[in-house]
Design a binder for this molecule. Structure first.
Ligand code: AMP
Length: 332
């Protein structure tokens, strides 16, 4: 059975590594001929909006999925007329627009930080009034890993922030003095079965995930229940099939949703060795219509993201219980 994947980054590679034992074959679409997923499947080099490349990657595939959420919505909807695209394109579109995402959370009764839309520079003073300061201005589209964001501490920061987001349609969000960041990963099968992984504690630096601890240490029962309930609501509302991540802030015993990722997630790498079934395997089981696997943790796990120079593998692997996942991306 052939699975087509839009995006050939490390997440695609890890999907391939999880799917090969299930007898799945993979074909990836990526703009880069150096895409890390080429090691585990066929690679079509092309843009995500190139009709020929999309046709080429989907030909003969049982299902099309994606490992990168900024693939443009319209061509994906076109593909979905001919071959199942899972998670459904509506989930991709909701995650691509921060305003749509916030409204989705609100509609589902999931708390979010105070926010206001900023369509043009003239909206900014009113948004500051509504949201208060400090706040963070984020572009509605194409923002990830803290890019397309600017923090405002005083009203005089407004022009600089507006310039930093390139004058693009944005939202202004109250800066949350969170106690910690969490994420919850959950998977929904084609038959509607939902399984939720234990929430993870995440540490970001410069907008990039550095460390995850799973299950999140010292998590209160109410917070765990809320995370699971939010995941159920989002999965069911979107008619979702596959793995979904919700990034959350824990602040004073309250859980606020920040954003969703309609794909396997960096904060779920621990599930490869640390959970009954990895997020990658469960995503694939879901999209091809196989029964889901257990999501319980086998014990305690932590993930450290190695950025830039990779330390000597023989030293890393001398740590008892440590596993190394290199994916062959050139340092930038
Ligand atoms: P995002 O692109 O929304 O995931 O933001 C990247 C990171 O910036 C988050 O993981 C947080 O560490 C931080 N951040 C984003 N939004 C807020 C906020 N409203 N309050 C505090 N920190 C934030």
């Amino acid at each position: 059975m052939l699975v087509a994947v839009l995006g050939g980054g490390q997440l695609g590679r890890m999907l391939g590594l999880a799917g090969i034992p299930l007898g799945l074959r993979f074909r990836f679409l990526d703009p880069s001929p150096e895409a890390p997923a080429a090691a585990v499947g066929e690679l079509v080099v092309g843009g995500f909006d190139d009709p020929g490349a999309l046709e080429g990657v989907a030909r003969g595939a049982e299902v099309v999925t994606y490992e990168f959420e900024n693939v443009p919505g319209a061509p994906v909807r076109g593909l979905a007329e001919r071959v199942p695209v899972l998670p459904p394109p509506g989930a991709l579109e909701a995650a691509q627009d921060r305003l749509a995402e916030k409204r989705l959370f609100e509609r589902l009764g999931i708390p979010v930080a105070p926010y206001a839309p900023v369509d043009g520079g003239a909206d900014l003073p009113g948004a500051i009034e509504a949201v208060g300061l400090p706040a963070v201005l984020k572009t509605r589209r194409l923002g990830y890993d803290g890019k397309g964001q600017a923090v405002l501490r005083v009203a005089a920061d407004a022009p600089r922030a507006w310039e930093a987001v390139g004058g693009a349609p944005s939202i202004l969000e109250a800066l949350v003095a969170f106690d910690r960041e969490l994420s919850v990963l959950a998977v929904r099968g084609r038959d509607g079965e939902v399984r939720v992984y234990p929430p993870v504690e995440n540490v970001h630096r410069e907008g990039i995930l550095r460390i995850s601890r799973a299950p999140a240490p010292g998590l209160g029962g109410a917070i765990r229940e809320a995370a699971s309930s939010y995941a159920h609501r989002v999965l069911e509302d979107l008619g979702y099939v596959g793995l979904l991540a919700i990034e959350l802030f824990e602040a004073g015993g309250v859980l606020l949703a920040n954003e969703i990722a309609p794909r396997v997630h960096n904060s779920g790498h621990w599930t490869i060795e640390g959970a009954a079934t990895s997020q990658f395997e469960n995503h694939l089981r879901a999209v091809v219509g196989l029964p889901l696997g257990g999501t319980e943790a086998r014990g305690h796990a932590a993930m450290v993201n190695l950025i830039g120079r990779v330390p000597d593998p023989s030293r890393l692997l001398a740590v008892p219980g440590a596993h190394l996942h290199l994916y062959g991306k050139a340092p930038r």
